[in-house]
Design a protein around this ligand. Structure first.
Ligand code: MRU
Length: 351
C-alpha cells in the first residue's frame, strides 16, 4: 500500500502545504490564503520539486484573485498580474512553474470578460486540473518505469522525487514504489544530496514509510557503489528537459550520469510531459539557479566552512542527452534520438 504524503493541497479556500525544510524532524502543515507566503515557501524550498512547485504556483494565483479587497475588474487584473510576476520570480529552473503560470494566464484571459466571480471559479478549476493531471501522470510514470526494471533491481537515486516533490506518487520515486509493489526492488541507494540533504531528509523518510530498503550514501560514494556493482540502474527526476533531451536536475546528476556511463549502468530520467520545455532547444539554454552561499557554508544553521571562502552554489546541472538511457514520461518511455522522440511526443499532444 502506498503511504504518500500530500505535499500541497487546496483545503477550505486555502493552500495547505507541508514545510519540507523541517522534515523529517517535524511534520508541520501550513495553511495560507496569501500568495506571497506560497511564493516565499517555493523560494525557501518549504515547497520544492518541479511538479509540486507548479501546483503551488497555480493555487497561489487562485489566492491572489480571491483577495477580499478586490472590488473591480481592474483590481482583479492588477492582483493577478502582481502575483503572476512575484511567483514567476521564485525559482528559474523548474519549467513546471512557468507552465502552470501560463495555464493560469489562459484561465484568466478566458474568464475575465465574465467578471470577478467567473475569474475566481475558472482559476480554481484550472489549478485543480494542474494538480489532478500531476497525480495521474505520476501513476503512469510509475507503471511505464517499473516495466523497465527486472526483479532484484538495486537503484541509485538522487535528490527527492517522491510525493513531496509532486502532487502524487512522485516521478523517479513512483517508478521505485511501483516496482517495489511488484516485488522487483532489492535495495535503493539514496544520495544524501548536498547541500540541502533532500536525499537524507526526504527520500530516506519517504522510502522507509513505504517499507522499501534504503541505504543512505554521501554523494561522493556513488562512484564506489557502482564500481562494486551494487547498482543496476540510476533513476532521477528532472526540473526541465530541453527539446533535445538534455536534462536539468539537482546538482550532482551530471556526475552520476558520467559515472553510470563509465560503469555501464543505465541512467533513467523520469518526468511528466509538463517538465518538457519544447521551446528550449538544448540544455545550454536552460537557466540554472544559483543558491545563497550560506546553504553551502552552513549545515543545520552552523557554519562549517572557513570564514572568507568564496562559494559557487548552482542548484542544478544539465545532463547531456547522450548519457540518458531513456526518459520515462506519463506518455510512455522515450529512447534516443530524443530530438525525434520528443518532437513526435509534441505532435501527439497537439492532435
Ligand atoms: O531544489 P529542489 O529540491 O526543488 O530540486 C528538485 C529536483 O532536482 C528534483 O529531482 C526534480 O524537481 C524532480 S521532482 C519530481
Amino acid at each position: 500500500m502506498s503511504r504518500r504524503v500530500t505535499s500541497i493541497d487546496w483545503v477550505a479556500a486555502k493552500v495547505r502545504f507541508i514545510d519540507q525544510t523541517l522534515l523529517p524532524r517535524e511534520e508541520l502543515y501550513i495553511d495560507t490564503d496569501d500568495f506571497r507566503i506560497v511564493g516565499e515557501a517555493i523560494r525557501s524550498l518549504k515547497i520544492r520539486g518541479a511538479p509540486a512547485i507548479g501546483v503551488a504556483a497555480a493555487y497561489g494565483m487562485v489566492l491572489a484573485v480571491n483577495d477580499g479587497r478586490i472590488r473591480t475588474d481592474a483590481d482583479c487584473a492588477a492582483a493577478f498580474n502582481t502575483a503572476w510576476t512575484y511567483l514567476a520570480q521564485t525559482r528559474p529552473t523548474a519549467v513546471n512553474l512557468f507552465g502552470a503560470l501560463a495555464r493560469m494566464r489562459g484561465a484568466f484571459d478566458r474568464s475575465c470578460p465574465q467578471g470577478i466571480s467567473a475569474v475566481r471559479k475558472e482559476l480554481l478549476s484550472e489549478a485543480q486540473c494542474v494538480q489532478q493531471e500531476d497525480i495521474e501522470a505520476c501513476l503512469r510514470i510509475g507503471e511505464y518505469g517499473a516495466a523497465l526494471l527486472p526483479p532484484g533491481s538495486t537503484i541509485l537515486t538522487h535528490c527527492n522525487t517522491g510525493s513531496l516533490a509532486t502532487a502524487g506518487e512522485g516521478t523517479a520515486q513512483s517508478v521505485i514504489t511501483t516496482a517495489a509493489r511488484q516485488g522487483k526492488i532489492k535495495r535503493v541507494y539514496a544520495d544524501e544530496t548536498r547541500p540541502l540533504f533532500q536525499g537524507a531528509r526526504l527520500t530516506s523518510w519517504e522510502l522507509l514509510r513505504n517499507d522499501i530498503e534504503v541505504t543512505l550514501i554521501t554523494d561522493s560514494t556513488a562512484g564506489y557503489v557502482m564500481q562494486q556493482k551494487r547498482v543496476s540502474a540510476v533513476l532521477v527526476g528532472a526540473d526541465r528537459i530541453a527539446a533535445n533531451g538534455d536534462t536539468a536536475n539537482k546538482i550532482g546528476t551530471y556526475s552520476l550520469a558520467v559515472l553510470a556511463a563509465h560503469h555501464g549502468v543505465p541512467l533513467y530520467v523520469a518526468a511528466p510531459v509538463s517538465t518538457v520545455d519544447f521551446a528550449t532547444a538544448s540544455g545550454s539554454n536552460i537557466p540554472v539557479e544559483e543558491r545563497h552561499p550560506d546553504e553551502v557554508t552552513h549545515v543545520a544553521g552552523q557554519r562549517v566552512a572557513a570564514e572568507g571562502v568564496t562559494v559557487y552554489a548552482p542548484a542544478f546541472d544539465v545532463t547531456p542527452n547522450d548519457l540518458i538511457a531513456a526518459i520515462i514520461t506519463d506518455r510512455g518511455v522515450l529512447r534516443p534520438p530524443y530530438t525525434e522522440a520528443l518532437a513526435s511526443l509534441k505532435n501527439s499532444l497537439v492532435r
